[in-house]
Design a protein around this ligand. Sequence first.
Ligand SMILES: O=C[C@H](O)COP(=O)(O)O
Length: 289
Amino acid sequence: MSNQEERPPAQTGEVKGRRRRPLVGVSFKMYFDLPRTQSYMDQSLEEVSNLLDRLVDPPQVFFVPDFVTLSTVRSKLDSRVASLPGGSACSSSSLLLGAQDTHHEDSGAFTGEVSPKVLRQVGCDLVEIGHAERRSMFGEDDSKVSLKAAAICRNSMIPLVCVGELTRSEDVGRVVDECWSQIGPVLESIPDDSELILAYEPVWAIGKQQPASPDYVVAVTTEIRRRCVQLHAKPDHLVRILYGGSAGPGIFEKLKQGVDGLFLGRFAHDPKALAETVKEVGRGLKPQD
Ligand SMILES: O=C[C@H](O)COP(=O)(O)O
């Protein structure tokens, strides 16, 4: 598949079954050059495609490379799926492609920007917006994030919206208020029946050696979910919440009461670490394995 007309709208969760499917993703940020992206994808797909069929609850796995390598990664995802037998848990709905940003208009005089329409045409399923690095270094504010979220939905993709507080606080209500100031405008800007993925990434926990503590993450994400469903009346099955911020193997078990999966950075640069995390989010190997 190579163009928008041939691709059905991205539907990353199991919306019809009203079940929130577990989800694991990795952003390459600007860490990888072209050969590294290619070798990382080859190794990761080898690891992950051998694993998904053996898991109790196979998660969806998404990759977020830079703009230039989106088509390369798309081709690798498609080739891997095509090489597997029908009925494999490793299918086109379980290996997803994301972009790291988008413009909010589909076309126009916006030199250097990338259109959400083109992102869909090259085969993106989701688009990351509002990452802390883009908020702090590139002026991405809540109003731009909302416009981008609407554009992503309009182009049949899923917004992956990064939110998080700048500094750690013992006051969960204060932390969630700060996150809610980022989430509320997004919920207002997208259709009620659109899927949304929230990546809760406390800014103070990004790029560190350790993630935020499990109790902290579960308290914040539980309250974020409550507000989405009760304050905004967003259907529960349409919002998945991931944790990101120095996440890696060994933490999902402690966070699973609050999150549907993880959004990884550096600690997925080793494809085996990505596979280990996929295994944990997928509730481990089936008994016969
Ligand atoms: O997009 C990913 C997050 O910012 C986490 O990155 P990190 O795990 O390298 O801190």
